[in-house]
Design a protein around this ligand. Structure first.
Ligand code: SAM
Ligand code: SF4
Length: 328
């Protein structure tokens, strides 16, 4: 095994797989109300194709697989896919990023199949604001989903929150209080220019510095050392044990430590969320490529990985695919 190393010496151990581009919410910072042009069905990787890629990636050095989307729990065979990944030799750690709506129905089966950890996205605790932000009245289902994940033993449950200026940014302290009361690990994510509607603006984005300043009006926050390749900078809240994370993808990019590689639901490999190019795995798989040939595509894709995402460079262009089709 040679390891998945790019031209800058970064070793890639984390494969993020989008299981579907469909979703049961329409978060304003992610998708327009009418959705996006969905990927044609015949382009979606089957579970068998997906497993072949996972096995090859694990043999090449991947140790973590995160399932995402779109909404990954909408994929009917999600439990079987997790069980299959969990049963390969030297199985990677399996986690999922979800809006949580399907967890009351699925959490026990997911945990039994081998799902170790879950990140649930929630930006507001207010029902009316949730409906406005996601264009669906499903806050109750998300809260039940969080309880279901905890009851199934997938702890610590992490919560991802995106703050938007003048919409939910004033809720940061309340979200942190609620997370601590419920033993949840909260992480705030800076909004990124990845939405299908191209609504992102630098001025509209609530920065990590602003979030920290707001939280510090109510709490002592002490940075925790040893972040490694993790995207979140973590802080101990009021001396602990609770923590809060900030993912400052835009204002303090962590590209230098990136260990992530992404696979879209239609079998395209991306070395970065913001890549303008993709490496096709679907057609080679469907036309009988050998494991060595597929592995070579993984290595070639990484050889072209840039040093950083370039959001702060003058010529930055938002990638053609939205976040929901890349897999967040
Ligand atoms: N549907 C699942 C969910 O919402 O958790 C998984 C996919 S979603 C694209 C993954 C994560 O990306 C969510 O936490 C969501 O809040 C975040 N996200 C979506 N659009 C974003 C954007 N423009 N900037 C920052 N984060 C975004
Ligand atoms: Fe769906 Fe997740 Fe995008 Fe919201 S952030 S619309 S839940 S894919």
């Amino acid at each position: 095994m040679s390891g998945l190393v790019d031209g800058f010496g970064r070793v890639h151990r984390d494969l993020r797989i989008s299981l579907t581009d469909h979703c049961n919410l329409r978060c304003t910072y992610c998708m327009p109300a009418e959705g996006v042009p969905w990927l044609p069905r015949n382009t979606l990787l089957s579970a068998t194709e997906l497993m072949r890629i996972v096995e090859i990636a694990v043999a090449e050095g991947v140790t973590e697989v995160r399932l995402t989307g779109g909404e990954p729990l909408l994929r009917p065979d999600v439990v079987d896919i997790i069980a299959a990944i969990h049963s390969i030799e030297n199985p990677p750690e399996i986690s999922i990023t979800t809006n949580g709506i399907m967890l009351p129905r699925l959490a026990d089966r997911l945990a039994e199949a081998g799902l170790a950890r879950v990140n649930i996205s929630l930006d507001t605790l207010d029902r009316a604001r949730f409906k406005e932000l996601t264009r669906r009245d499903r806050l109750g289902d998300v809260l039940d989903g969080i309880d279901a994940a905890k009851a199934a033993g997938m702890t610590p449950v992490k919560i991802n929150s995106v703050l938007m200026r003048g919409i939910n940014d004033h809720e940061a302290p309340a979200l942190l209080r609620w997370a601590m009361e419920n033993d949840l690990e909260l992480r705030f994510i800076e909004q990124m220019p990845l939405d299908a509607g191209h609504t992102w603006s630098r001025e509209g984005m609530v920065t990590a510095a602003e979030i920290l300043e707001t939280l510090r009006t109510e709490h002592e926050l002490e940075p925790i050392a040893g972040r490694g390749a993790a995207p979140a900078e973590r802080f101990l809240v009021d001396g602990g044990p609770h923590t809060v994370g900030i993912i400052a993808s835009v204002t303090m990019p962590f590209c230098g430590a990136c260990d992530r590689l992404r696979l879209t639901a239609d079998g395209q490999l991306r070395s970065c969320l913001f890549s303008s190019t993709e490496s096709d795995l679907r057609e080679p798989l469907r036309s009988g490529a050998s494991d060595e040939e597929v592995a070579a595509i993984l290595h070639r894709c990484l050889a072209g990985k840039l040093a950083g995402h370039g959001i702060n460079e003058p010529g930055f262009l938002q990638p053609p695919r939205p976040m929901s089709a890349i897999g967040g």
